[in-house]
Ligand binder design. Structure first.
Ligand code: PBG
Length: 324
């Protein structure tokens, strides 16, 4: 193909031509909306660094989930902020824990939307790490037991899927076994397979009150410089029984999403994390960028890179744009 015989501009002439040859089409079907459940009643506390997002007590949360469903979004991803935290993170698997209560209330009021539970301990531990401590380090294997117990507790509360985000080795196998032993062999696992130790989780940690009280997460989350390792991490999760694999964050890791798409044929999720959201909001609020176009361009890029599922705080706004 050579100029002047081939002129790519011929098919860019107007929007109808562009529609005909568009390769990537974002759909509301692709979106998952993350929500923060907190204790108490009548609470709807804005998250300063994430405009339009709130910590919500169950009564408000149910209304937000109804609105999400009315916008045609197929799933929400729940994070919990417990009233009290302890060394072991027992709030994660308490029968009347925040995720468990929120799930039951949502299932009662809005049955026709998927409830996905984030499965981690960092919101529940007093030290803010994603697992159990042993001599000041996050201990892998004792944490696995707690994850399995948490998965079963979330399943009993009625979640449609669990999403382990703690980056412990062997977590998918431990959770799969725990679920199967408890009779939940049909409950799928969406694995945060390649989750990087990223600064882009900053706003989320304010939202979920899950900042580590000492140190950082680099001993369990991945080094941003690595992509072969991401493929090995995903391979482990596939072998251990993941139903959906994930790359997180999304925008700084589009190459990893692209590689994962080529190498694995499981459904692939990408998490457009809090910092990615907040950067666009901040620039738009300053008048430095067109926020709506930036949102749509980024979400389309994540899909173009190969993601089937996009977890994003933009979900309601994007759904509204897509419905026009
Ligand atoms: C919990 C968890 C985190 C996020 C999702 N699950 C935070 C972390 O690992 O520190 C980040 C989500 C976001 O930034 O939007 N382990």
């Amino acid at each position: 193909m050579h100029f002047p015989e081939y002129r790519p501009r011929r098919l860019r002439k107007n929007e109808n031509f562009r529609r005909l040859i568009r390769e990537t089409k974002l759909s509301v079907d692709d979106l998952v909306f993350p929500l923060f459940a907190t204790y108490g009643k009548g609470v709807k506390k804005p998250i300063a660094s994430m405009p339009g997002n709130f910590q919500m007590s169950v009564d408000h949360l149910v209304k937000e989930v109804q609105r999400t469903k009315d916008l045609g979004i197929p799933a929400v991803l729940l994070f919990g902020i417990p009233e009290t935290k302890d060394e072991m993170g027992t709030g994660a698997f308490a029968e009347h824990g925040i995720i468990q209560e929120a799930t039951k209330a949502i299932k009662d009021a809005v049955p026709d939307i998927l409830v996905i539970a984030d499965l981690c301990l960092c919101e529940y531990t007093s030290h803010g790490h994603c697992g159990m401590l042993d001599s000041g380090e996050v201990d892998n294997d004792s944490t696995l037991e707690v994850y399995a117990e948490t998965a079963v507790s979330q399943a009993k509360a009625g979640v449609d899927m669990v999403a382990p985000s703690g980056m412990m080795d062997g977590q998918i196998m431990a959770i799969r076994e725990g679920l199967d032993d408890a009779g939940f062999e049909t409950l799928p696992i969406m694995a945060y397979s390649a989750k990087y130790a990223s600064c882009f989780y900053g706003p989320f940690r304010d939202a979920a009150e899950s900042t580590p009280q000492f140190g950082d997460r680099k001993a369990y989350q991945m080094d941003p410089a690595n992509s072969d390792e991401a493929i090995r991490e995903i391979m482990l999760d596939v072998e251990e029984g993941a139903d959906i694999i994930m790359v997180k964050p999304a925008l700084p890791y589009l190459d990893v999403i692209g590689r994962a798409r080529e190498e694995f044929d499981l459904p692939l999720a990408a998490y457009n994390v809090s910092g990615e959201f907040s950067m666009i909001k901040a620039a738009a609020n300053l008048g430095w960028i067109d926020g709506e176009r930036a949102m749509m361009e980024c979400l389309t890029a994540i899909k173009r890179a190969g993601a089937d599922i996009i977890i994003t705080y933009f979900a309601p706004e994007a759904a509204q744009v897509l419905a026009r």
